[in-house]
Design a binder for this molecule. Structure first.
Ligand code: URA
Length: 209
């Protein structure tokens, strides 16, 4: 339970997580996973990008077309915007962030992953969190917020706030970068402006660790 809500994570020291000793092992199992139907249509499993040394983790929804083709998360238009926003605070994949998704295989037509698909993939995300132990976790978009915090409020209501996460981490919901692509302007009050504000707060919190 996180903040009194049912969350994706219970980290009950029971099931498969225990058997994963390294991220490499998790990745290998994940790459040959056929637990749900997304495995039938995928080209590549999209496990992660960035540095496992990071104190900051970003969790998105699931791979799109470009990600499915390359095997890397957030490499399409939304990913490029994400990189630009992160770079405004000197946050790069090489040095400071680990990026992954709620589901590791592309949902057909980029539809939202259904609960059974999230559930099938849960063990991999939990293992990523257990092994990386990020201090700060960003949840990009509603699927990540629902999956991890179990909260259903609109992102606009809870973005930019810190919630308690597993292993003493702090979790912040942020807008999904695909949503931001719909807006040109970054004038005060617009979603893009608020996203830049949120990433400034992330920078401050990273610096204070
Ligand atoms: N959207 C996501 O949520 N994740 C990706 O990896 C790419 C786009």
């Amino acid at each position: 339970m996180i903040n009194g809500q049912k969350s994706l994570f219970n980290f009950s020291e029971t099931d498969q997580n225990i058997r994963f000793k390294t991220l490499k092992e998790v990745e290998e199992v994940c790459k040959t996973c056929y637990k749900c139907d997304l495995s039938n249509s995928r080209i590549k499993v999209v496990f992660s990008d960035g540095t496992p040394e990071a104190k900051l983790m970003l969790i998105g929804e699931g791979p799109g077309k470009n990600e499915d083709e390359t095997g890397l998360p957030f490499v399409g238009r939304a990913g490029k915007l994400l990189d630009k926003i992160l770079l405004s605070q000197n946050i790069t994949r090489e040095k400071e962030i680990y990026i992954c998704n709620i589901v590791k295989c592309r949902p057909p037509q980029n539809r939202v992953p259904v609960p059974s698909e999230r559930e099938a993939c849960r063990v991999y995300l939990e293992a990523q969190i257990q092994l990386i132990r990020p201090k700060l976790i960003l949840l990009a978009g509603a699927t990540a917020v629902k999956g991890v915090l179990g909260r259903k409020e609109p992102i606009s209501k809870i973005r930019g706030q810190w919630f308690d996460g597993p292993f003493g981490s702090k979790i912040m919901p942020i807008f999904h970068p695909s949503y931001l692509l719909r807006y040109e302007s970054n004038e005060p009050g617009t979603p893009k402006y608020l996203m830049y504000q949120d990433i400034q707060e992330v920078r401050r919190s990273l610096d204070a660790l």
